[in-house]
Write a protein that binds this ligand. Structure first.
Ligand SMILES: Nc1nc2c(c(=O)[nH]1)N[C@H]1C(S)=C(S)[C@@H](COP(=O)(O)O)O[C@H]1N2
Ligand SMILES: [Mo]
Length: 316
């Protein structure tokens, strides 16, 4: 077997953006070469595997953060998904056999008519976009991730909510047979999150079905999750099965658990500390030292008008 590594990849570049870009071009280029039977190597075989589930991305570069992208390895090995485990480095292994097909997303509540969407239908419903977003966990670590998905606003329009819909509530699958973490009363299961309607309709709010050009890995919330980049990570619900339009503010799992620590809004705010630690700085995964956390995670220009006149100390 002829083993040929692409000359552009050095191990020293493993975590940087350039490798991610190279890797992307490499995947695109290699598919053609492999198909034509010209090249065959161990690394191409691995790429071939991945390219089977490669997503077709129609649009890139919008809302792009010009910061180094976190390595695929870190972004998929250090994950919060309590249905599997509270250990960030244990989730990956524990979620490997999680079944994400078939998968149905139900739409209920204040809508013209309840609907059910199949995951394959959802993936093909809109042209997929890549959005490279900053990602900030309430526990003060952060990443930069190229998500693949479509705008939540576009999806909500398809759901045809009535004028009574003031909030949207999202629910994660509850399946104790597949999710070992559910046996512990860490949160009030199933995992529930919510957004105010205007937040959900904001153009930055994303429904993700993939990341780094691949379908979402199970540990990152396959097959479908939210990504709300100006809010703490806990607002971005994973493995979603239900979307419900409601009149009253939903009771999210984190608010039920510890209302004095986790608010309904969960906006990234360096001026309002968590009772047990500062929110003024963060640890960027893959970097030394700490960074200052910007207001609304750096998206203030785009989202601060959603909160005009609100006391963000009270509504944290
Ligand atoms: N269903 C569900 N969604 C969830 C969580 C969870 O435990 N269960 N954790 C949240 C938290 S606290 C964070 S920081 C992000 C982590 O997303 P990531 O692992 O893809 O970085 O997912 C959020 N969504
Ligand atoms: Mo988090």
């Amino acid at each position: 077997m002829l083993v040929k590594k692409p000359p552009c990849i050095k191990s020293s570049e493993i975590t940087d953006k350039k490798l991610y870009m190279n890797r992307r071009q490499f995947i695109v280029g290699s598919t053609a070469l492999v198909t034509s039977g010209l090249i065959h190597s161990s690394s191409f075989q691995e790429t071939e595997e991945k390219s089977k589930q490669k997503l077709k991305v129609a649009k890139r570069g919008e809302h792009m953060v010009k910061e180094k992208v976190t390595s695929f390895d870190e972004a998929t090995s250090y994950t919060n998904f309590y249905e599997f485990s509270t250990g960030k480095r244990s989730v990956k292994k524990l979620s490997q056999s999680f079944r994400t097909r078939p998968w149905t997303l139900s739409v209920e509540g204040e809508v013209k008519q309840p609907k059910k969407f199949d995951i394959e239908e959802l993936i093909h419903m809109f042209p997929l976009e890549e959005r490279v977003y900053r990602w900030r966990c309430v526990e003060a670590w952060s990443m930069v991730i190229p998500w693949i998905g479509f705008s939540l606003a576009g999806f909500i329009k398809k759901c045809e909510p009535t004028s009574k819909a003031k909030y949207v509530e999202f629910t994660t699958l509850y399946d104790p047979d597949q999710m070992p973490g559910l046996s512990a009363p860490v949160l009030d299961w199933p995992y529930v999150e919510g957004l105010r309607m205007d937040e959900a309709m904001h153009p930055l709010a994303l429904v993700a079905v993939g990341m780094y050009d691949e379908l979402l890995p199970n540990q990152n919330g396959a097959p479908i999750r939210l990504v709300i980049p100006w809010k703490y990570g806990f607002k971005s619900i994973k493995s979603t099965v239900k979307v419900r339009f409601v009149q009253k503010m939903p009771k999210s799992s984190w608010v039920r658990k510890k209302p004095e620590e986790y608010g309904f809004f969960g906006n990234v705010n360096p001026n309002v500390d968590h009772p047990r630690w500062t929110q003024a700085t963060e640890r960027r995964i893959g970097e030394e030292g700490r960074r200052k956390t910007p207001m609304f995670n750096g998206y203030a220009d785009q989202v601060s008008q959603l909160y005009t006149g609100m006391n963000l100390r009270k509504f944290y």
